[in-house]
Write a protein that binds this ligand. Structure first.
Ligand code: DX5
Ligand code: ZN
Length: 217
């Protein structure tokens, strides 16, 4: 199965979000990646549930919601009602991760667990079989347009090996500094979903860039 591409709307034009949502609808992209930041877990504030709800009214593809917030377990109902398909919570933000993953499933969403660059994949040993996706951050979360952290490629390979060893089908998504060059190395290492913000929206031809990211072999 070929990899998925999830454009991050953090780099979209917020003055004309409708146009960018429609661009993604009419492209080869698989998912919409929506970044929620609270100014506490990360040093930036982005957008919240009312915006995601508006996006979901226009979106013809699933919403992959990445919560860079403290206490994400408090907002499971809001995330579901905003139209999320996948709810990603940070490992570093959940003391009772197993309970949170169960609650996300009970709410009718897929559950993703996100790791900051310093968090080793080995810490997922006892939760991997319960989650649908692992989102590996290849930058420190909080901003678009940052430089890709090279060690992320080795992390993808290590996580892929864990998933195969356990005979699971957990998806690996990578987020931060993804472009055609880093994307190719991530897919080679076993990534299933590439998030791309600035690579897509800063390109003069975003639809063409999504096509190129999808065409990585
Ligand atoms: C960063 C966000 C990313 C961001 C990626 O904290 O989680 O989704 O939009 O942006 P690029 O692709 O520009 O690194
Ligand atoms: Zn993200």
């Amino acid at each position: 199965m070929s990899h998925k591409v999830a454009p991050s709307l953090l780099s979209a034009n917020f003055l004309n979000l409708q146009a960018d949502v429609e661009m993604v609808n009419n492209s080869q992209a698989d998912w919409f990646h929506c970044d929620v930041m609270d100014g506490s877990f990360v040093p930036n504030i982005s957008f919240g549930f009312p915006i995601i709800k508006q996006i979901s009214k226009l979106a013809k593809k699933p919403l992959d919601v990445h919560l860079m917030i403290v206490n994400p377990d408090k907002y499971i109902t809001e995330v579901k009602e905003a139209g999320a398909y996948m709810m990603n919570v940070h490992y570093e933000a959940c003391t009772h991760l197993h309970r949170v993953v169960g609650a996300i499933h009970d709410a009718g969403m897929k559950a993703g667990v996100t790791l900051n660059p310093h968090t080793p994949v080995s810490l997922l040993e006892d939760i991997l079989h319960d989650v649908d996706m692992v989102l590996l951050m290849s930058v420190n979360p909080g901003f678009g347009g940052q430089k890709f952290i090279e060690h992320s490629v080795a992390k993808v390979a290590k996580l892929k090996e864990m998933i195969l060893r356990k005979n699971l089908h957990t998806l690996i998504e990578v987020d931060g500094g993804v472009n055609l060059e880093t994307g190719k190395r991530l897919v080679d290492a076993g990534a299933d979903v590439l998030v791309a913000g600035s690579a897509v929206f800063a390109d003069p031809d975003p639809t063409g860039m999504i096509h190129k990211l999808k065409s990585i072999v």
